[in-house]
Write a protein that binds this ligand. Structure first.
Ligand SMILES: [Zn+2]
Length: 353
């Protein structure tokens, strides 16, 4: 996200399907922005692979940025739990991504710093992550994390505690820490424009965690957001009606990042309909169902046709939505769609025919 006046932040990372490079670096390269000069923050909302592939590479290039991750990652026990967790299938990749970030932090330490004191910013509800004062040439910027809540963090610590083996006790099965409930949702205010990046934070009937905790926090910014990165790929478990009604302008610009490679791709039909009730300004970075399989190999094609399971193609170009607004004059929110990104209303019509 460009904050104006050459300041940028990066929230989460994934790899470009064509080049294998982190998409954020490819984009900045394309438009001639130097990540070493421009990036102020590299934020990884939570430790799921679909949010952090290539994050260490982004941080390596972002020589003047701070690294932000969930406050749930604080304790050393966390790493033990993650490494041993059977629920975390890709834990080796996750660990190596974070391990690389930590070693980059160490190499950036100035002379005289004690080993082990280099650390990321541990985000939690109400933490100011970055600010810029307004001037003749720049609008003021306030960036703060609005989660994880104190309740989610306490729950995380308890889960870790329950997992760790005690003396004379057999080792217990790893407790599945819920990374989504520990994820870092970020509220960005640039001049009069406000954007909420919902990460994968879920909704819960428990008022101490998830979106209910965010809405009840006295540290939540008082305004309404113009732009929402829809939480958890638009899935039902992250939907919070109160969030849409109380904290977003109507109609808000909503950005959805489908999870097409899941066994049940999200958003599904009901998810799309639910979001469309709130806004006609929703957009998808890609078709959630993937695209038709074209392998170019006859044998493979025949094999696919005769296979009883449905096969979707989830490779192809990485879709992209660009949202722009002239913040100094407060103009319209403008949308550009690239490489398969599409408007939600158009997708709903298309998927019915
Ligand atoms: Zn996700």
């Amino acid at each position: 996200m460009h904050l104006g006046s050459g300041d940028w932040i990066c929230i989460d990372s994934c790899l470009d399907r064509e080049t294998g490079r982190p998409v954020a670096l490819r984009y900045l390269d394309d438009i001639g922005v130097d990540p070493a000069q421009a990036l102020r923050l590299v934020i990884v909302t939570h430790w799921h692979q679909d949010h952090m592939r290539g994050a260490a590479e982004v941080f390596e290039q972002a020589k003047n940025a701070e690294f932000v991750c969930s406050g749930a990652l604080r304790s050393d026990e966390f790493w033990t739990a993650i490494a041993a967790s059977e629920a975390e299938r890709n834990h080796e990749q996750t660990l190596s991504e974070f391990a690389r970030v930590f070693s980059i932090l160490e190499t950036r330490s100035p002379d005289g710093a004690r080993p082990g004191t280099a650390a990321p910013i541990w985000a939690q509800d109400g933490l100011i992550l970055w600010e810029r004062a307004g001037s003749d040439t720049a609008v003021p910027v306030h960036i703060r994390s609005v989660s994880p809540s104190p309740g989610a963090r306490r729950l995380g610590m308890k889960e870790i505690g329950a997992f760790l083996p005690r003396v004379k006790e057999t080792k217990r099965r790893a407790v599945p820490l819920d990374p989504n409930q520990q994820s870092v949702a970020v509220w960005v205010q640039v001049g009069n424009t406000q954007a909420l990046f919902g990460a994968d934070l879920e909704n819960s009937s428990d008022v101490h965690i998830g979106w209910q905790a965010v809405l009840r926090s006295p540290r939540l910014p008082s305004g309404q957001a113009d732009i929402l990165k829809v939480p958890h790929h638009g899935s039902k478990n992250a939907y919070c009606r109160d969030l849409w009604e109380a904290k977003l302008i109507s109609p808000a610009t909503a950005l959805i990042t489908p999870f097409a490679s899941a066994s049940r791709p999200v958003p599904n039909e009901a998810d799309c309909a639910r979001i469309a009730l709130h806004t006609d300004r929703a957009f998808l970075t890609a078709d959630p169902r993937g695209s038709k399989v074209k392998s170019g190999d006859r044998l493979v094609e025949r094999r696919i046709r005769t296979t009883p399971r449905r096969i979707r193609q989830v490779v192809g170009k990485t879709g992209h939505i660009r949202v722009r607004r002239q913040v100094l004059t407060g103009g319209e929110v403008e949308i550009e769609l690239f490489q398969g990104a599409l408007q939600l209303t158009e997708y709903i019509v298309r998927s019915r025919s």
